[in-house]
Design a protein around this ligand. Structure first.
Ligand SMILES: Cc1cc2nc3c(=O)[nH]c(=O)nc-3n(C[C@H](O)[C@H](O)[C@H](O)COP(=O)(O)OP(=O)(O)OC[C@H]3O[C@@H](n4cnc5c(N)ncnc54)[C@H](O)[C@@H]3O)c2cc1C
Length: 505
């Protein structure tokens, strides 16, 4: 069955797809979004189990502070109005078995004092690092994404360069070092072990971690009360209010192309929808090699998907606990003396987080507790489809619970519900290739790609666009929402319309 044509069809109701839909509607385009799942948000999600809400995404939201970078974007998308945010004074703690603890304060003065107390002989390095964080409190990250690179005129580039110039030195110094590299510069043995964990992943460019602390310090990287799914639902509401149409349970099977021009989509239900333009806000690999049958890729794109760019997958064990943990620090990475074998890898550390800072996520007096580990997609894929997979899920969860018992004695008896999400869960629910949580992982190698941006159109294919985390290295919800915004600005420019935006009321 073929349906009447519209202006723009969007594949995927993740944050990028919803944002593209909102801005298209604001600019007078008629749009339809097709989403294979039954709810909005994609990776920006949470799930309910026996009265506990397990959040699968946001630790911090850039743009949570009024008047600060990215905040206007969220106001336009109706995502922050009336929403409370939790602003933590520390990102996390890293603790060894002797009780030595690195507290990652967001305030650079507190952090400097604390680090110097932990290791006076590393004072020079610490001072340089904290000075960098102070500098980044004035850095506007959103300027890098503020308009489509394709529309930037020499004057725009000059303006951007002028803003970046004062940060050229900190960017060159800290953009080119991972947390792991940075740790190697410390003399203190505890800090050499703890520093790689201070931003939760060791290959993160230090500059990105510093920007995160700087944004937390200026109260522009809070946790949205109610969690990630509620946050996504607010953008869905905005889209529907703007007159958009979402088709849930509608998986796109292919993009229809005539004379190298995208003309619509076909769903697995065999229904066909036509449009003047198609935007894919869904997984990059499936878009290129599934929906478009690999017909519009050049050698560079092939290289990306053949392994030249890294991805990131995680194992998340979520627990509903009949115990109030609110007096404990909310996020602690424990450095283990004896490594544990989990999902095929030896682990020297274990990141544990509770969500008592948002009481809406658990019944009164109870807590959500989460263990998060980086893992290999291939490991889970190899055992999938065999009874091994579920046995393995349970076994890994049990190993983690045994570890937890040593940290919180008696906790085993307080567990009311347990949920395991592997990279295959992320893949199944969101279609993301290799279960990746962010598209291409942000490392010192991929950071320049984030700044330059990847192409949003494909060689030889007209009226087709890509947005979201597979064309914005590092992903993250503000960056993918900007990706959706930018593509509509580009489309407006192609149609010689002025691009308009409105703050939601
Ligand atoms: C554990 C975790 C923690 C994170 N923490 C943070 C954080 O603290 N801060 C932050 O800013 N970001 C964080 N992120 C990253 C952020 O969530 C993602 O980068 C962002 O949500 C990606 O959005 P997207 O719209 O590009 O893609 P997705 O969310 O993947 O959306 C794509 C959508 O397309 C749909 N789809 C796929 N294929 C089809 C098809 N064929 N037909 C129809 N629909 C289809 C999917 O179901 C999905 O809804 C985190 C991610 C994870 C997993």
């Amino acid at each position: 069955m073929t349906h009447a044509s519209t202006d723009i069809l969007i594949i995927g109701a993740g944050i990028a797809g919803l944002a593209a839909g909102c801005y298209a509607q604001m600019n007078g385009y008629r749009t339809r979004i097709f989403e294979m799942h039954t709810q909005p948000g994609g990776l920006c999600t949470a799930w309910e189990r026996q009265g506990f809400i397990f959040d699968g995404c946001l630790h911090y939201l850039f743009g949570s502070g009024q008047g600060q970078p990215f905040n206007r974007l969220w106001q336009e998308l109706g995502a922050v109005q009336g929403r409370a945010f939790v602003h933590h004074e520390e990102l996390l703690r890293v603790r060894d078995t002797n009780g030595r603890t690195l507290i990652v304060y967001s305030d650079p003065d507190c952090l400097e004092q604390h680090l110097c107390a932990l290791s006076p002989r590393d004072r020079t390095l610490i001072k340089k690092f904290c000075a960098g964080i102070r500098a980044f409190t004035r850095f506007d990250l959103s300027l890098l994404q503020q308009q489509p690179k394709t529309l930037m005129k020499p004057l725009d580039w000059a303006r951007l360069a002028k803003h970046l110039l004062p940060y050229a030195c900190p960017m060159a110094t800290w953009g080119n070092r991972s947390a792991q590299d940075f740790a190697g510069e410390f003399k203190d043995p505890f800090l050499r072990r703890a520093i790689p964990q201070m931003f939760a992943w060791s290959s993160i460019p230090v500059m990105v971690g510093m920007s995160l602390l700087a944004s937390m310090h200026t109260h522009n990287a809070g946790f949205p009360v109610g969690g990630s799914l509620e946050f996504a639902r607010a953008i869905e509401r905005r889209y529907l209010e703007l007159g958009g149409e979402i088709h849930y349970g509608s998986q796109v099977e292919r993009v229809l192309v005539e004379d190298n021009c995208a003309i619509g989509v076909r769903l697995y239900s065999n229904e066909e929808y036509r449009a003047a333009r198609v935007i894919s806000a869904s997984d990059g690999h499936n878009t290129l090699f599934g929906l478009l049958r690999g017909q519009y890729v050049n050698r560079q794109i092939q290289r990306y998907y053949n392994g030249s760019l890294p991805t990131h997958a995680q194992l998340q064990v979520s627990l509903g606990i009949n115990r109030d943990l609110s007096s404990k620090p909310h996020w602690v990475t424990h450095l283990l003396d004896k490594p544990v074998q989990i999902a095929g890898d030896e682990r020297d550390e274990l990141g544990i987080k509770h969500y008592c800072f948002d009481p809406s996520l658990a019944p009164p007096g109870k807590s959500v507790l989460m263990v998060m580990l980086t893992t290999h997609y291939d490991y889970w894929q190899r055992i999938y489809g065999r009874s091994l997979y579920h046995a393995e899920e349970i076994q890994e969860a049990q190993i983690l619970v045994d570890q937890l018992e040593q940290i919180y004695p008696g906790i085993k008896a307080d567990i009311e519900v347990m949920d395991v999400a592997t990279p295959l869960s992320y893949e199944r629910y969101t279609g993301n290739w290799q279960g990746s949580s962010c598209g291409w992982l942000l490392t010192k190698q991929t950071l320049p790609l984030l700044i330059r941006g990847l192409p949003k159109t494909l060689p030889g294919l007209r009226q087709f666009y890509m947005v979201g985390q597979w064309v914005e290295p590092g992903g993250s919800v503000p960056v993918v929402a900007m990706s959706g915004r930018n593509i509509i600005q580009q489309i407006c420019s192609e149609d010689r319309r002025s691009f308009v935006t409105q703050i939601a009321t």
